[in-house]
Design a protein around this ligand. Structure first.
Ligand SMILES: Cc1ncc(C[n+]2csc(CCOP(=O)(O)OP(=O)(O)O)c2C)c(N)n1
Ligand SMILES: [Mg+2]
Length: 660
């Protein structure tokens, strides 16, 4: 496969083949006729570069065909280089950035416990994870190790392909850690085996299955490029260069290696008849055991019709009927508080929502949810809140893994400045189109005295780049909402809850914000126009001389400036709230022009980098934003120092109008 594609990673795949074959043939429960069967065991491959191994195994299991293997790494093939999530052919996640895959697996294991706690152990399944030296070294493994150990996720069996080799060096050149001891200290059950010995693999998996108290780690000593030989027949095993080079391009001989492994180099794409017959038998066994579980399931459905309907709803991703308008909001509140109230309502009305915070629940206000639920603790998943500790990257990946598992609605929260720690996950969740919901509070320099490290400036612009990046379904891969007041916060939540085809996030203020006045006296109804990405929140004439545009708390500053511009400067003013530029840009041109007519100058105000809004203005406009890091001071002082006052908006607009 790698040889034909003339690129790929043969070595790790050759060394791991023994494990994956034993796992899939003897242990992994799946339905050969329906790879997406919800009660299947999950298999998460952390090192996506070993995809040749997974694709080969999926071919043995009938999910892929030999022609798919022949088009390894080619345009539009089912066997892309790093496996792209595809439940229909047995691929649980898009592996690639090392470390993420095993965190997704741990998230899936949490979702499994959550559901089994509510619906019964009949639905329990294992999550098998395959990790390599790279994943073990990635920092995220610390978060996964700690959390899985603390929660006692005995449904995880992780195989560590310890082949002593990584991309550019031997493992011993970068670490001297005792991995066994490390995982044991996190309360994992660890065993060490020869990872190429089928009997030891078999025995290890059995031991781990019996260990339901703790997550298990099987450290399998394997041989990189197992079976690789040079032209003279001497060994070429354990070499760094087989990590990422086709054998023919390394010092190994491709034909001699194929011969050494019992194959025919002239005809390498073959499943030997005895192997095909063996797998046919195995797959029939799997069909039988799945059929038995399906019977159990339907018996359970008959005995528990209410629960069965609920489970159906959870698995379909459907929401119950909600009435967010009933959420009682306080006046002129911080948007994080409004969000907290929505979360309190959701805790009582959406039974499969799991909220998580990285040690900030009383600050990002996810405690609105927590107070009506409780946190997961060791072996207790009856609550619906994950206290992730301080580990934003891990938390985001766990939530993405929960989404990949299905049946639950994961939400995670932290300060906006620390969205930086989540970005690698956000990107892959966006690529995989997973509907994880992100809450980011403390959205601007108005965090004040916490100083520049906590004051997000460029974060919104970074996130909105993902709004411009299309996923493989042709949609903005991510949507970020920055609501202007409490009502918009509720409306944003409404849209987020209904966004089931991609991740989305909500960016919230720490400080109180004046509610946007509403001419119709029903601000909540008006704010639902947020679903178009941008809408008019203030105007006294539909023939504006100037449009003021912002999102989040800056909208209130514009609303304060508007009457001054009207009364003192005799200008006709429109104020537009743009909670999501990406969504606005997806509207038809007619709508876009109706909100932002071409010939009217636009003044944008953002507490972020000016580029955050610059995509919305033309030559006849400008954006006033921050172009430097913040400073530590109470936020009303920063408002004045940085010019985020109605008075400065008036001055800036007058200056702008002099130039157009
Ligand atoms: C986050 C991240 N950093 C770097 C890489 C590039 N990369 C791919 S594989 C690899 C190391 C591979 O070592 P190991 O995990 O032991 O795999 P093996 O060489 O044994 O196949 C690296 C650095 C990556 N895929 N992800
Ligand atoms: Mg390795």
């Amino acid at each position: 496969m790698v040889e034909k594609a003339a690129s790929g990673h043969p070595g790790g795949a050759m060394g791991g083949a023994d494990f994956i074959h034993i796992l899939y043939s003897e242990f992994l429960n799946f339905d050969p006729d329906d790879a997406a069967w919800p009660f299947r065991d999950r298999f998460f491959l952390d090192p996506g570069h070993m995809s040749a191994m997974l694709y080969s195994q999926l071919t043995l299991c009938g999910f892929l065909q030999m022609d798919d293997l022949k088009s390894f790494r080619q345009w539009h093939s089912a066997t892309a280089g790093h496996p792209e999530v595809n439940f229909k052919i047995g691929i649980e996640n898009t592996s690639g950035p090392l470390g993420l895959g095993h965190a997704f697996g741990a998230g899936a294991a949490i979702a499994e416990r959550f559901l089994a706690t509510r619906f019964g152990e009949w639905m329990q399944h294992h999550t098998y994870i395959y990790i390599s030296d790279g994943g073990i070294q990635e920092e995220i493994s610390q978060g996964v190790g700690r959390i899985a150990g603390y929660l006692g996720l005995g449904n995880i069996i992780m195989f560590y392909d310890a082949n002593d080799v990584q991309l550019s060096t031997k493992v011993g050149e970068v670490t001297s850690e005792d991995t066994k001891m490390k995982y044991e200290s996190w309360h994992w059950h660890v065993i060490e085996i020869d990872g190429n010995d089928e009997n030891q693999i078999r025995a290890a998996i059995k031991t781990c299955q019996a260990q339901t108290d703790k997550p298990s780690l099987i450290i399998g000593r394997t041989i990189m490029g197992k079976g690789a030989v040079k032209a003279d027949g001497s060994s070429h095993e354990g070499e760094v260069e087989t990590h990422g080079k086709p054998l023919g391009k390394s010092k190994a001989s491709y034909p001699e290696t194929i011969k050494n492994l019992g194959g025919d180099p002239e005809n390498p794409f073959v499943i030997f008849p005895e192997v095909a017959a063996y797998y046919a038998e195995i797959l029939n066994e799997k069909r039988k055991s799945v059929a038995a579980k399906r019977v159990l399931f339907s018996e359970w459905q008959t005995a528990h019709p209410e629960k069965a309907r609920l489970l159906d709803q959870y698995l379909s991703g459907e929401l119950p009927k909600l009435n967010l308008a009933s959420v009682q909001l306080a006046e002129n509140d911080a948007t994080r508080n409004a969000s907290s109230k929505v979360l309190g309502y959701l805790a009582e009305n959406v039974g499969n929502m799991i909220v998580s915070s990285a040690d900030l629940s009383n600050s990002d206000m996810t405690d609105g949810f927590l107070k009506k639920s409780k946190a997961f603790t060791h072996h207790d998943f009856s609550g619906a809140f994950l206290q992730a500790g301080v580990s934003e990257l891990t938390m985001a990946a766990l939530c993405t893994g929960m989404a990949l598992h299905g049946g639950v609605i994961p939400v995670c929260a932290t300060f906006f400045a620390f969205s930086d720690y989540m970005k690698p996950v956000l990107r892959v969740a966006a690529l995989m189109e997973q509907p994880v919901k992100f809450i980011w509070t403390h959205d601007a320099f108005r965090v004040g005295e916490d100083g520049p490290t906590h004051q997000p400036i460029e974060q919104e612009a970074q996130l909105r780049l993902l709004e411009k990046l299309k996923n493989h379904s042709g949609k903005a891969s991510f949507v970020a909402w920055r609501p202007a007041d409490s009502a918009e916060t509720v409306s944003a939540w409404e849209v987020m809850l209904n966004t089931t085809d991609r991740p989305s996030g909500i960016i919230l203020s720490r400080q109180n914000i004046k509610d946007i006045p509403d001419a119709n006296g029903n601000r909540l109804a008006t704010s639902s126009q947020l679903s178009k990405g941008a809408y008019t929140v203030y105007e006294t004439s539909d023939d504006a001389d100037i449009i003021l545009l912002a999102n989040g708390s800056e909208v209130a500053t514009l609303i304060e400036a508007a009457p001054v511009l009207e009364q003192k400067h005799k200008l006709r003013v429109r104020v537009v709230s743009v909670p999501s530029e990406g969504v606005f840009r997806a509207q038809d041109k007619h709508y876009q022009h109706s909100i932002l007519p071409k010939d009217v100058p636009v003044f944008g105000l953002t507490a972020g980098l000016p580029v955050t809004l610059e995509g919305l203005i033309r030559d006849n406009g400008c954006v006033f934003g921050l172009s430097h890091f913040g400073y530590s001071a109470p936020y009303p002082v920063l408002d004045v120092k940085f010019g985020f006052t109605a008075e400065n908006v008036v001055n800036q607009v007058i200056e702008l109008l002099k130039t157009v």
